[in-house]
Design a protein around this ligand. Structure first.
Ligand code: ADP
Length: 224
């Protein structure tokens, strides 16, 4: 669904270099690694928010990208949920009907007429997910979607991710939470200093990592 080939992207003092990375429909790919490894940069390149300085990213369908503090409009919850559909040209009434369906799926149906600014952190992420999913993207790129959220919201968002995978979407999940990566990932990638150290199917990646640096990171022994 998304394929990166030979990408190189540099910032002052940092370079990301990935020879090949792909995510397929119906698959959750977890990207793990220490802070500063280049996880968010990789996600932005996969999502087309930035173009790589070298190489190419091929997307076979529309992708949506969500960061951990999603931007919401100073409008009602329902208007936020319907926003992407309206942008795509859906008539107001149909956009509203679909958006209400998505609010129900993310557990926000009672919130439709409230101002979005009144939502808690977990509710904001769920609203941003509803807005993103309403346009039925082929791929979902999530940057730390559950950072700083309570366990109930974490569980809800993980359930949504599973449902999207079951619906055939390709999901790339950047997470610091290794337990979450184990719970959700079909495949995982360990990124360190802008390079892929190891990539492979879960649970092998988590239970029998081949590279000593992956082992050190997964066991919490890597100091950075
Ligand atoms: P991670 O998500 O793994 O924490 P990032 O992709 O955010 O890592 O950052 C990787 C490196 O690139 C860091 O050193 C960061 O400071 C740098 N970086 C990220 N975005 C930019 C940018 N827009 N301009 C300059 N440097 C950046």
């Amino acid at each position: 669904m998304i394929e990166a080939e030979g990408i190189v992207h540099r910032y002052p003092g940092f370079s990301l270099s990935v020879s090949r990375l792909a995510v397929e429909p119906g698959e959750v790919l977890a990207v793990v690694g220490p802070s500063g490894a280049g996880k968010s940069t990789l996600l932005r390149l996969l999502g087309g928010l930035e173009a790589p300085q070298r190489g190419r990213v091929h997307r076979r369908g529309p992708a949506v990208y969500l960061d951990q503090t999603p931007y919401l409009l100073e409008r009602s919850v329902l208007e936020n949920a319907a926003f992407g559909l309206r942008l795509k040209g859906w008539p107001a009434q149909e956009a509203r009907r679909r958006a209400l369906g998505w609010l129900e799926r993310v557990g926000l149906s009672g919130f439709a007429d409230r101002p979005a600014r009144a939502l808690s952190g977990g509710e904001r992420v769920r609203l941003a997910l509803a807005r993103a999913l309403a346009v039925e993207p082929a791929a979902l790129l999530l940057d730390e979607p559950t950072a700083n959220l309570d366990p109930a919201n974490v569980a809800r968002i993980e359930a949504l991710i599973r449902a999207e995978r079951a619906a055939g979407r390709a999901v790339v999940l950047v997470t610091h939470n290794l337990f979450q990566a184990r719970r959700l990932a079909d495949r995982a990638v360990f990124l360190l200093e802008g390079r892929v150290v190891e990539a492979g199917p879960a649970p092998g990646f988590f239970q029998r990592p081949a590279d000593p640096r992956t082992r050190a990171f997964l066991s919490g022994e890597m100091v950075w």
